[in-house]
Design a protein around this ligand. Structure first.
Ligand code: ZN
Ligand code: ZN
Length: 139
């Protein structure tokens, strides 16, 4: 079985140098069900992995905080909300949200509280730094 795997010489798509796709690596690839041959030599792969790790970390960070830029239906400042606003539903900035919450339990804030992002997290409602800055009294 092993005999069908022989070291192969591949060309790196990044630096165009040739590198060896060893029989061992081919078995590994087969085992992982990777369909494609490696495209890059080890140094280039390492370089990309380093870049990817950084991009991945940023991506994961972004995914963890699904924020949608929108406009507060009350005071019309730009704000971000931790969920995808439903069409036609009011979206409030933190200031208006808290104001509404104090004022009435049945207003738009109640709708917001029922929105997925708010369910467990109304008190921990997260704002972007920019939106938070908007809430600071201006000097
Ligand atoms: Zn390379
Ligand atoms: Zn507002």
């Amino acid at each position: 079985m092993q005999s069908e795997f022989v070291d192969r010489l591949l060309t790196c798509v990044d630096c165009r140098s040739q590198f060896v796709f060893t029989a061992g690596e081919q078995i590994f690839f087969l085992d992982k069900q990777f369909k494609n041959d490696p495209k890059r030599c080890k140094p280039c792969k390492a370089k990309r992995a380093a870049l990817g790790a950084r991009a991945g970390a940023a991506g994961a960070h972004g995914a963890a905080r699904t924020e949608t830029r929108t406009e507060c239906s009350e005071c019309h400042i730009e704000t971000t909300v931790p969920f995808k606003p439903t069409q036609g539903r009011p979206v409030l900035c933190r200031q208006c949200f808290q104001g509404k919450r104090v004022a009435s339990g049945n207003g738009p804030a109640a709708l917001l509280a029922a929105a997925p992002g708010y369910k467990s997290a109304a008190p921990g409602y997260e704002m972007s730094a920019a939106a938070d800055a908007l809430l600071q009294p201006r000097a």
